[in-house]
Design a protein around this ligand. Structure first.
Ligand code: GDP
Length: 321
């Protein structure tokens, strides 16, 4: 990827897209195509077609998506399936038509079966039923993976899908009804500390295990994948058991209860934790097997506690000073 390559980062205002933009800028890429959703509604087929025809990007990072935590995913399924299917179908299709050299489609490990063997390998996709709370999101993302594969097979494109685990970091969604667990806990502990509340409620039993990764590590992995030489990039596209699909994990697995204690300590809240077992646990464990990415030479850099401190600094500076 030449430093003047035209790179479209779809979803650059989101947590993932903005981290990718920061990473690209740091690495010296200056010809970035960035459009807000008000300027370009990626759900609109003719608008996306006109955009690609006019700008003809060389590379695409497809980070635009409707995302959210367990409650948002289970109560707004129509939006999750419609928005994600429309965005990715339009972008992947027009990327093919306009001759994009490489495209990286980002999803999440939510795509894997609820009771997938752990750690979850890429080849576990579609081997048993999904977790019902986020099946609409998962089905949409799985369609995007199959779309990348299908276009690679039929049209010779070089489109790749990367599945990170639970991400967090600057630019995260801190709205308690839509957010994921880590930003939700940062906010809850911060507010409880400010107001002198005696306790903080954690949803579910606290026993589910999740793997977390700082979004700057994902951005680093995304650029790493985009820059792989043709042979190694091609090897991912042609894995016989899971073509064009690669996990991006940190291996940093922790129970929700332990995560809550870690966030509590980072924020400095001295009250009690209360577990609300009327709220869903979701899938019991979601640890990605990232050995394929590791074998290619990539590893995360930001350890969880350091990352939580960074996210808290951003939260205090931007959301809830
Ligand atoms: P998931 O990884 O798709 O299940 O998404 P989440 O990040 O929303 O939830 C992960 C786990 O954290 C689930 O077991 C939740 O019940 C639990 N959790 C505990 N407290 C919270 C909270 O305040 N918000 C969210 N979103 N999840 C919470």
């Amino acid at each position: 990827m030449r430093s003047d390559a035209k790179i479209f980062v779809a979803g650059h205002r989101g947590m993932v897209g903005s981290a990718i933009v920061r990473k690209l800028e740091q690495a010296g890429y200056s010809n970035l195509l960035l459009k807000s959703s008000a300027e370009l509604d990626l759900r609109n087929q003719s608008a996306v077609a006109a955009f690609f025809e006019q700008h003809k990007p060389d590379y695409v990072f497809l980070a635009a998506a409707r995302v959210g935590g367990i409650i948002a995913n289970s109560t707004r399924k129509a939006e999750f399936i419609y928005d994600n299917l429309m965005i990715q179908t339009n972008v992947i299709h027009e990327a093919w038509k306009s001759g994009v050299q490489r495209l990286l489609f980002l999803g999440s490990t939510c795509i894997y079966p609820k009771f997938a063997p752990q750690p979850i390998r890429e080849a576990d996709l579609l081997t048993s039923p999904l977790e019902p709370s986020n099946d609409a999101y998962a089905v949409a993302k799985i369609a995007g993976i199959v779309q990348c594969r299908s276009y690679n097979q039929q049209y010779g494109t070089r489109f790749l899908a990367a599945m990170p685990n639970n991400l967090y970091g600057p630019g995260d969604n801190y709205d308690l009804t839509g957010s994921h667990v880590l930003p939700a806990l940062l906010r809850k502990f911060h507010e409880a500390k400010q107001s002198g509340s005696p306790n903080v409620t954690v949803w579910g039993t606290g026993t589910p295990l999740r793997e977390f990764m700082h979004v700057d590590d994902l951005a680093d992995a995304s650029l790493f994948l985009m820059l792989l030489d043709d042979e190694r990039y091609g090897s991912i596209l042609t894995y016989s058991d899971a073509p064009a699909l690669i996990n991006v994990g940190s291996g940093q697995e922790i129970s929700i209860a332990d995560l809550a204690r870690m966030v509590q300590q980072v924020v400095g809240f001295e009250g009690e934790l209360v577990f609300d077992t009327d709220k869903p646990d979701g899938t019991p464990r979601k640890l990605a097997n990232s050995s394929r990415l590791h074998a290619l030479g990539w590893k995360h850099r930001i350890e969880l506690e350091e990352g939580v401190r960074d996210a808290y600094r951003w939260f205090v500076g931007h959301v809830f000073p």
